[in-house]
Design a protein around this ligand. Structure first.
Ligand code: NAD
Ligand code: UD1
Length: 307
């Protein structure tokens, strides 16, 4: 098939592009390189540098594609709190542009990168797909709106839509250098270079971390399993790890103590996050295969080769 991957120069998108190419598909990437990098786009993919806020551009690149994997977004919770107008424009209007293009260009299916952030602060765990959605950040609100758009497209316009609610994804190529970077990429990078890490709050907050390869597998299933259209799925491991435990494991792998300073808890932060992945297992055939520790070892090995 021919696939369009928006955000394909980013962390998750570039791994997805790599797998699609390996499986013999033709891949086009639309990315404005705001957080993604040209170097992340594997050879063999067609890179179009452009913005999903530009509806005409999205329409043009969607032409001839059977599936769109929509990964492009302002991905950071704090960035959405600092500038909610920008994240709204990218995450909601940009998603609508993708869906309008899919309709006009007769794309078969859109697979949307949603987020655990849509569940918000409501404390019941684990989160199943029928749990209350109560986002507490512009980012979470935008992902929830995007997901509703995607899941309404099959009924309204006959374009299949699947929403994948990623929990905390980690792995090689996640950029550790921005103040908003995913916590594992920051901790692993600092541990490798012997620098201190900052823990926002007491470090007992927890997340359901999932290795990027498992997320890629979920995307391929979401693009192909016939009954998946109109459905949302949690994509995680179904286990939670506290930041303190995470630091302990990283220290064990790198073989040295990591010094940590505590800073005030981050605004808009969720305390605990844990997924029930029963639906993805039974309906998609999703089976996460990389443990947090195995994924950390692979990430640290990758960073070791780069340093
Ligand atoms: P990333 O920042 O590495 O990737 C996002 C990509 O989108 C980047 O390449 C960026 O340049 C591109 N982009 C941003 N704005 C754009 C625009 N206006 N037009 C075109 N391209 C644009 O982040 P990621 O972690 O790979 O995230 C991929 C997707 O997964 C996002 O939708 C994100 O919200 C979602 N997600 C990520 C996680 C996670 O833990 N990393 C968890 C839940 C959901
Ligand atoms: C992450 C994703 C978001 C996704 C969500 C789904 C990133 C950048 N964000 O948000 O796109 O929708 O998961 O669950 O990938 N922390 C520290 N020190 C640091 C960095 C972070 O203590 O140096 C703490 C944070 O305060 C937070 C936890 O680590 O409590 C996780 O933070 P982060 O990795 O940014 O992820 P989320 O906010 O959960």
């Amino acid at each position: 098939m021919r696939a369009l991957v928006t955000g394909g120069a980013g962390f998750i998108g570039s791994h997805l592009v790599q797998r699609l190419l390996r499986e013999g598909h033709a891949v086009r990437v639309l990315d404005d390189l705001s957080t993604g990098k040209r170097d992340n786009v594997p050879e063999g993919a067609e890179l179009v540098v452009g913005d999903i806020r530009n509806a005409a551009m999205v329409d043009e690149v969607a032409g001839g594609c059977e599936v769109i994997f929509h990964e492009a977004a302002v991905v950071s919770v704090p960035a959405s709190i600092e500038d909610p107008q920008r994240s709204h424009d990218v995450n909601i209007q940009g998603t609508l542009n993708v869906l309008l293009a899919a309709r006009r260009q007769k794309v078969r299916r859109v697979v949307f990168a949603s987020s655990a952030a849509i569940y918000g602060e409501e404390p019941t765990l684990p989160k199943g797909e029928l749990s209350i959605t109560a986002p507490i950040s512009p980012y979470g609100i935008e992902k929830l709106a995007g997901e509703h758009y995607v899941l309404s497209w099959p009924r309204l316009y006959g374009v299949e839509g699947v929403s994948l609610r990623y929990f905390n994804v980690f792995g090689p190529r996640q950029d550790p250098r921005s103040p908003y970077s995913g916590v594992i990429s920051v901790f692993a990078d600092r541990a490798m270079t012997g620098r201190e890490v900052s823990i926002y709050g007491d470090g007992e907050q927890s997340r359901d971390f999932v290795f990027v390869e498992d997320v890629v597998s979920a995307n391929l299933l979401a693009a192909t399993v016939p009954g998946a259209s109109g459905r949302a799925f949690n994509i995680a491991r179904g286990e939670r790890t506290s930041l303190n435990a995470l630091l302990g494991t990283i220290a064990k792998i790198v073989g040295r103590e990591i010094s940590a300073k505590h800073e005030p808890a981050r605004e808009g932060d969720i305390r605990h996050s844990l997924a029930d992945i029963t639906r993805a297992r039974s309906e998609l055939g999703y089976a996460p295969s990389v443990s947090v520790e195995a994924g950390l070892r692979r990430l640290i090995e990758h960073l070791g080769e780069r340093h």
